[in-house]
Design a protein around this ligand. Structure first.
Ligand code: HEC
Length: 82
């Protein structure tokens, strides 16, 4: 019973923090499958938007993503609040 309470609490907290861990399964999948090929995949929330945007520009010939996918990737790695 104690465990169930903890589980419910975890779920409730998770639902309240979309900004901290952006839910975007499509980007999460690209991140998982593409971004670890040459280096370890950059962790979300560790870099400024400017850093991620600059890196995205340098990556235009390294990883083939559409403009929308890169925009979503920047949002994923550096949520606007950063
Ligand atoms: C084809 C190889 C390759 C792939 C695939 C790749 N990267 Fe990189 N990445 C590099 C190289 C080389 C560097 C170091 C030079 C630089 O910073 O541009 C780098 C550096 C970076 C940096 C800056 C350094 C840092 O740790 O802050 C970020 C951010 C980054 N990559 C993000 C990504 C993301 C997001 C993806 C997936 C969409 C990705 N990379 C996929 C080759 C790759």
């Amino acid at each position: 019973m104690k465990r169930l309470g903890l589980l419910l609490l975890t779920l409730a907290l998770g639902a309240c923090s979309p900004a901290a861990a952006p839910e975007n399964p499509r980007v999460a999948k690209i991140h998982r499958t593409q971004c670890g090929r040459c280096h370890s995949p950059p962790e979300p929330g560790k870099r400024s938007r400017a850093e991620v945007e600059a890196a995205a520009t340098r990556h235009s010939t390294r990883v083939r993503l559409t403009r929308e996918e890169w925009t979503a990737m920047v949002d994923y790695l550096a949520p606007a609040a950063n």
